[in-house]
Design a protein around this ligand. Structure first.
Ligand code: ZN
Ligand code: ZN
Length: 140
């Protein structure tokens, strides 16, 4: 069953829609790496990987930040230049996938997590999410 999800930044300067053939096309995951901690300002990053063409902005234009992640990979991040909300996280897969910051969805409950990455960097008080895949790094 096809699904249409909407989302925005905190101030709604940016609004977007995601149209999926089914919820299975999205892969939500937690990432405990140091870059995600900094970028999200929390103890993990939470993104939903979706096919690139399923995502489009319907209002506003994001600001993009591109930088080396410290190991030779360029990471792209898109955010609102008015309120600073982080909307998209991108990797070299930017050409075929987008990573939506799940908290920016109007219904963040819509895409529950399937797994966790960089569990070796999980903060000590953070429990394991039950029934999800666990990867010590990206590819174990
Ligand atoms: Zn905003
Ligand atoms: Zn990460």
């Amino acid at each position: 069953m096809s699904v249409k999800l909407t989302g925005s930044c905190y101030c709604r300067n940016l609004e977007y829609v995601v149209e999926l053939n089914s919820k299975d096309e999205a892969r939500t995951s937690l990432c405990h790496c140091h870059n995600c901690k900094k970028a999200f300002g929390g103890n993990y990053g939470l993104t939903a990987k979706v096919p690139k063409d399923s995502f489009k902005y319907i209002k506003g234009k994001p600001k993009e930040h591109a930088a080396d992640n410290g190991s030779g990979t360029t990471l792209y991040r898109e955010f609102c230049d008015l309120c600073g909300s982080f909307i998209l996280d991108g990797e070299p897969v930017k050409d075929h996938s987008r990573y939506i910051c799940v908290g920016s969805l109007d219904d963040p409950e819509a895409l529950p997590p399937k797994g966790e990455f960089f569990t070796k960097d999980r903060i000590s008080w953070m429990p394991v999410i039950p029934n999800t895949f666990q990867k010590k790094e990206i590819n174990e």
